[in-house]
Design a binder for this molecule. Structure first.
Ligand code: RP5
Length: 211
């Protein structure tokens, strides 16, 4: 986080979100997945979600009024549950009207409240929580009965994005196809490694990996 705030304020971001929610734009042009994190210091962990979405053909949408060419898109904001609770409320409250279908929320520290609070505010929109650190796991997943959150293991933002796309794929066959293609790539890698390790033998296989 930097001290340079330009002329941006939390209030201006909240106004932006509320204006977008009121704009009544075509849902096909709005981000499908919203990625939020408690701090930009979470980015090294959270960028795994971006990598997975890029891998599955999503594009980042940086202007709500100017969608990229890709049919499926995502956006990213920093939203701190403790430092900017009003922004967290606004993001969760406007998410559905802004056309989001699922939110991926990550936070670190022992009080990693952004994912679980956003899940409560945005309900019934699904939220996939990412504990940015091991010590954040209990905080992210510890929801009371009736207040659901889906969550992944510490640091596994890549899997959070796959889970988010699994949800979208119930509506869009093309996403189901992309998930299956991705899975085939993984299984193909394992098959190749298995054959090579067996057929080359240990010594030659280990040497081949150094090349
Ligand atoms: C959490 O506190 C954030 O999600 C981050 O993981 C951690 C530290 O935040 P900064 O001090 O880097 O802003 O709320």
């Amino acid at each position: 986080m930097t001290a340079d705030t330009d002329d941006v304020t939390v209030e201006s971001l909240i106004d932006r979100l509320r204006a977008e929610a009121d704009a009544d734009v075509d849902p096909a042009t709005t981000p499908d997945v919203g990625i939020i994190m408690g701090s930009d210091s979470d980015l090294d962990v959270m960028c795994g979600a971006h990598e997975a979405l890029d891998e599955l053909g999503f594009e980042e949408q940086t202007d709500f009024t100017d969608a990229p060419d890709a049919r499926f898109t995502y956006e990213t904001y920093v939203v701190s549950a403790h430092r900017t609770p009003d922004l967290m409320y606004a993001y969760g409250q406007t998410a559905m009207d802004r056309g989001l279908d699922v939110i991926i929320a990550g936070a670190g520290g022992k009080s990693a409240d952004l994912p679980n609070m956003t899940a409560s505010i945005a309900y019934p929109l699904p939220v996939v929580g990412v504990p940015v650190q091991e010590k954040s796991v209990d905080s992210v997943i510890g929801m009371p009965t009736g207040a659901p959150i889906v969550a992944v293991d510490a640091g596994k933002s890549f899997n959070a994005a796959l889970s988010a796309v699994q949800m979208l794929a119930r509506e869009y066959d093309v996403l189901e196809d992309r998930l299956l293609e991705y899975h085939e790539l993984l299984t193909g890698d394992v098959a190749r490694d298995s054959r090579d390790l067996h057929d080359m033998g240990l010594t030659e296989y280990v040497e081949s990996r150094k090349e």
